[in-house]
Design a protein around this ligand. Structure first.
Ligand code: ASP
Length: 344
């Protein structure tokens, strides 16, 4: 049974230089079996990560593999028609097409991804098939759909009546104005907000899990930026940008405006910083600072958040803007939502 404890850490404002913990790699890595490793554990982006973690936990708590856990976990938002930024029910591109991006990575460094995949409810599972059944890492567009159908996935209409209505509303002005952290407004059960259809949202589920064996896997899946140009790909299906796992060090994932994450190869950067001894939070902060330093004016108007876990099962996050949340599930806490720290 879940021990339901909920903690909300206030989002802390912090600017300025990093106080970086420059431990040696040996200090970062767990020290054999006696090391204090918090496992199994799963973390994922945004408040909707709570429900996704709960399903991942069903696998992890039965001694299952982290790869199976992350796949099963992200199915939850992928199948949730009320979640308009992931999978079925996702907001379409400006041509009215729901195009999905997803990637998955295991403890051996194997990875698979689908880009701009249409008509398939669970792109993460197609990404896993790309990883396991082909010599390739990425399949895009029609080729990805053809592969999915060959693998037995069902062709479905992913555009719900609500998302179609919102898109038609958006078409009236066709203005491209990001609303930072809009997901939290939609998912705030205490104060749900009705958003006009001309506002659009983004927000991805990125999940990292460590199983009882201490092996790490990750998954990242999204419908991407709503009303994007047809064919636009964000960071989410790009290994190293939206997700990266190194079973010796840890894993990282991202959410927010994917273009800035791709430009900085964000998740790979976070993992490499942890390799140098940064804590997960400090590594995420440094990756955020790169984006801010390169484009300070752009950064003021956008959200990007990173979430990371190291091999000890320690986790942390950092975002450009306030409001980024993530969910944690381990043997002590199953529905922990933490407000990530932010620069602004
Ligand atoms: N990173 C996603 C993208 O750029 C969107 C998001 O997470 O908000 O497609």
């Amino acid at each position: 049974m879940f021990n339901r404890r909920k903690f909300i850490k206030a989002s802390a404002l912090s600017a300025g230089l990093l106080a970086v913990n420059k431990n040696s790699i040996a200090e970062v890595l767990p020290k054999g079996k006696s090391g204090n490793i918090n496992k199994p554990i799963v973390i994922s982006t945004w408040d909707f990560g709570v429900a996704a973690n709960a399903d991942a936990w069903k696998v992890l708590s039965k001694n299952g593999r982290s790869l199976d856990a992350v796949e099963q976990g992200v199915w939850v938002p992928e199948a949730d028609e009320n979640n308009q930024s992931v999978g079925y029910g996702g907001l379409p591109d400006r041509d009215g097409k729901v195009t999905l991006d997803a990637c998955i990575m295991d403890e051996l460094g194997n990875c698979g991804a689908v880009l701009a995949l249409e008509h398939i409810k669970h792109p993460i599972s197609v990404a896993r098939k790309v990883m396991e059944k082909t010599p390739h890492v990425m399949l895009a567009g029609d080729g990805a759909l053809q592969f999915a159908l060959e693998q037995g996935f069902k062709k479905e209409n992913l555009l719900t009546a609500k998302s179609e209505k919102d898109w038609k509303e958006w078409l009236k002005t066709a203005k491209y104005e990001p609303v930072i952290n809009i997901e939290n407004k939609l998912y705030d059960k205490a104060a749900p907000q009705k958003l006009p259809g001309n506002q659009y949202n983004h927000d991805t589920i990125g999940m990292i899990a460590m199983d009882a064996q201490g092996n790490l896997s990750g998954a990242c899946t999204t419908s991407g930026m709503a009303y994007k140009l047809h064919g636009r790909i964000g960071d989410s299906p790009i290994i190293g940008a939206g997700l990266y796992i190194d079973n010796e060090i840890g894993g990282a994932t991202s959410t927010g405006v994917g273009e800035e994450v791709v430009r900085n190869v964000g998740s790979f950067l976070v993992v490499e910083l942890m390799r140098q001894g940064y804590t997960p939070e400090d590594a995420c902060k440094e990756a955020v600072m790169r984006i801010i330093k390169k484009k300070p004016e752009t950064a003021k108007k956008i959200q990007v958040g990173f979430l990371a876990m190291n091999k000890k099962g320690e986790y942390g996050a950092y975002a450009i803007q306030q409001g980024f949340s993530y969910a944690v599930c381990d043997s002590q806490k199953q529905d922990l939502v933490i407000k990530g720290k932010s620069y602004y």
